[in-house]
Design a protein around this ligand. Structure first.
Ligand code: 3HC
Length: 341
């Protein structure tokens, strides 16, 4: 059934059927509440409130789209990587991102949405994906900054999602986080090598960190006061921490790691507040964030156009797969008829 609960399909039911449906809904809700209170897991065939399903579908499909669009800034550097080894590592990383997208589309499909519909929404520009992938990757050092900052922010946000209350999402996240951890280290290592290279290389690394720092902080989403979904998602154990909590935690990690790199964060207000026991950072440009979300970031048009092109280029693969499946199905039904005769 599409994305809805039984209670919304009541128009043609008899009074007895209506009563039975209402009873199933009440039992389903009670079981759902118990599972959430026990911090346990909801599985695809379990009853779940329509709003929970909708929220998960929204978040997981946006996440899947982010992984797929996120391949672009780095794929663009594969042919320009400075050595064969760097090329192989970067290619493996980009392939990992494709895999993450596929795990996540599969998790979203268990909620009743087809992958084709999700992809159509992305291509039509109706679906969101992470703001971060609308920024350009200008130099090789950007591969380092993306790995260190962007994948670092992704891990910080996604490790708590391994405990998300929806089983398929949480399980997909465990695997994704293992790979993201390798991605972050490869980014850190690229920056470390550049930071210990010539003055020009060090400057290139600093410049990349300067450009990616604020967009990476904004990946965590709007400030808590401006985050319409956080409260309910936290009550359902989908999100475990608020956007600001995770952003502050991330800044603290980066503030320590940047010292090892011998670089600096472009923010002189980063500090640990001894009173609140929290890390703090300087102001972020939330107007820029809104512009990017509205499709007016530096690379939004380019990213969507590239995705559309890739989709069109892949049409023959989809057609071939569908033709093969139809052939197999025809063979199967022929065998079944022969067996029955
Ligand atoms: N980029 C684009 N949209 C964003 C955003 C961002 N960085 N942050 C928030 N938004 C959107 C939300 O999707 C929501 O839009 P909608 O209501 O139209 O769907 C709106 O802004 C309000 O934000 P909320 O804080 O209320 O939304 P959420 O509670 O969903 O929190 C989130 C946003 C923290 C991104 C959460 O959805 C989340 O944790 N998602 C899973 C992780 C994810 O999607 N990461 C994307 C990056 S993937 C990645 O980095 C790949 C790696 O390989 C590098």
């Amino acid at each position: 059934m599409a994305v809805q609960n039984l209670q919304s399909v009541t128009a043609e039911l008899s009074p007895e059927e209506l009563e039975a449906a209402a009873r199933r809904d009440a039992e389903g809700q009670a079981n759902f509440d118990r599972v959430i209170a026990d911090d346990s897991r909801i599985e695809p065939k379990d009853w779940m409130p329509a709003a929970y399903r909708k929220t998960l579908l929204r978040q997981i499909s946006q996440h899947a789209h982010s992984e797929i669009i996120g391949m672009q800034p780095e794929a663009n550097w594969i042919s320009r990587a400075p050595s064969l080894k760097r090329k192989a590592i970067l290619m493996a990383k980009v392939q990992d991102e494709a895999g993450h997208g596929l795990y996540l589309y599969s998790a979203a499909e268990t909620l009743g949405q087809s992958r084709d519909k999700m992809m159509d929404d992305l291509i039509a520009g109706k679906a969101r994906y992470s703001s971060i992938f609308n920024y350009p990757a200008r130099t090789w050092a950007d591969m380092g900054a993306i790995g260190w900052l962007v994948d670092g922010a992704a891990i910080c946000n996604q490790v708590p999602l391994c405990r998300a209350s929806y089983g398929p999402y949480g399980r997909a996240m465990v695997r994704v986080c293992k790979e993201e951890s390798f991605h972050q280290r490869q980014g850190f290592e690229i920056l470390l090598e550049l930071a210990n290279g010539t003055p020009e290389q060090k400057q290139m690394a600093q410049d990349a960190v300067d450009r990616w720092y604020a967009p990476a902080l904004m990946m965590f989403g709007p400030p808590d006061d401006d985050s319409p979904n956080s409260r309910q998602s936290m009550a359902w154990n989908i999100k475990r921490f608020s956007n600001d909590e995770l952003r502050h935690r991330f800044v603290g990690m980066m503030a320590e790691q940047v010292k090892v790199l011998g670089l600096t964060l472009p923010d002189d207000q980063v500090r640990f507040n001894e009173e609140t026991k929290k890390w703090e950072h300087g102001p972020l440009d939330w107007n820029e964030f809104k512009e990017v979300l509205a499709g007016r970031g530096p690379c939004n048009a380019q990213r969507l156009e590239r995705r559309r092109q890739a989709h069109d280029d892949g049409a023959w693969v989809r057609e071939a797969a569908a033709a093969y499946a139809a052939k197999q199905q025809a063979k199967q039904s022929m065998t079944t008829k022969e067996d029955a005769a």
